[in-house]
Write a protein that binds this ligand. Structure first.
Ligand code: ATP
Ligand code: MG
Length: 336
């Protein structure tokens, strides 16, 4: 029997890295994307690397230990039950202990190093080492197999912000001064193979504001320039879109609007205050200006040549129902 394959923009991508300017909604969008991908039926791992416990807060569960925990079940889709979403908060120290154990059976040594504060020392003098451990964990989860089949259908990383993402992902060059040969080097090379392959895509979350848009465009350019074929840029996700802004007509004219408003206000019995129509017309003109600038920014984003998805501003706050809504919006637009 033929199994129908869903037509998505990211066939073959298994590691989804979500970045963006601070506060634009990276954590929220990463979680929504994880739910969207898990709707395909397979479990998905949602990882955070900044030690802020943003995922636990979002899903309203206790702080995540260094252990993969189920936090949600994706909505059913295409007549198939949704897969589980697991979450993991990765920190460099736990990743190093795990790494030492995996490669050298050295859990005890890792523990001792932690006890004597060596781990802080190692990860502080060599920030590249801490990055390679975090991206290494993502690569490991992406490649992990049981009886020949992948454990996770996809891995989604709530990654550092745009300003740090290229450096964070470009771990191979970061550790080169640190370890030219040996296990850390070859570990870094394996991680780079995953990150620079078609299996990885870096998505950018933005708002239609000047700085986040500029950072998105710069970030996409940086990924291409990273060398050795670059790292694949993914989608641009315009978050917190106000509904209906694009429907407002372009030809707003304050004088005409004031007249029309005066008539309309009289008709509903609010015609006594002459200032009201003027104020409302000014507000409308202001809105229109903002909307024009936003359309221009939207066109700038389109020119980057990546798929662009839009997510609505959800006014009553982000709970699981809101995340489901955002996940569905991402699926409809081709993200999963
Ligand atoms: N589509 C949306 N509608 C309404 N509120 C949203 C939406 N997306 C995100 N938010 C809210 O915006 C705030 C910032 O979101 P989030 O924490 O996901 O951003 P972030 O980019 O991860 O931030 P940080 O840089 O601090 O990690 C949160 O309060 C979140 O609930
Ligand atoms: Mg966040």
């Amino acid at each position: 029997m033929l199994v129908s394959v869903r037509d998505t923009d990211w066939a073959g991508v298994r590691l989804h890295v979500v970045t963006g300017k601070g506060g634009t909604g990276k954590t929220t969008v990463a979680a929504a994307l994880a739910l969207a991908l898990a709707s395909n039926g397979k479990p998905v791992l949602l990882m955070e690397v900044e030690g802020r416990q943003g995922i636990a807060q979002l899903f309203d569960v206790p702080p995540l230990p260094y252990e993969e925990r189920r936090v949600a079940v994706a909505p059913a889709a295409d007549g198939r039950p949704g897969g589980d979403v697991f979450a993991l908060a990765v920190d460099p120290q736990s990743a190093l202990i795990e790494y030492l154990e995996m490669f050298y059976n050295l859990r005890q040594a890792g523990r001792a190093l932690t006890r004597f504060g060596v781990m802080d020392f190692a990860t502080t003098i060599a920030p590249g080492l801490s990055d390679v451990l975090l991206t290494g964990k993502a690569a490991e989860a992406t490649r992990r197999k049981v009886k020949g089949s992948p454990v996770y259908g996809a891995v989604v990383m709530d990654a550092p912000p745009t300003g740090r993402i290229s450096r964070f992902l470009n771990v191979s060059s970061e550790v080169s001064g640190l370890a030219k040969v040996g296990p850390i080097r070859s570990h870094a090379d394996t991680v780079q193979k995953v990150i620079r392959s078609g299996q990885t895509a870096v998505h950018f979350v933005t708002l239609l504001e000047e700085m986040p848009v500029q950072e998105t465009l710069d970030g996409i350019a940086d990924l291409k320039e990273i060398g050795r074929g670059g790292i694949q840029a993914g989608a641009i996700i315009v978050n917190m879109m106000r509904q209906g802004w694009s429907e407002l007509d372009d030809g707003t004219d304050a004088a005409r609007d004031t007249q029309e408003l005066e008539v309309a206000l009289k008709a509903v019995g609010l015609g006594d205050d002459p200032k009201l129509a003027v104020d409302l017309a000014a507000e409308l003109a202001d809105e229109t200006r903002t909307e024009r600038t936003q359309s221009a920014r939207r066109r700038q984003l389109d020119k980057a040549g990546q798929p662009v998805y839009e997510l609505p501003l959800i006014s009553d706050g982000i709970d699981l129902a809101a995340l489901y809504r955002l996940a569905e919006a991402l699926r409809e637009q081709g993200a999963a």
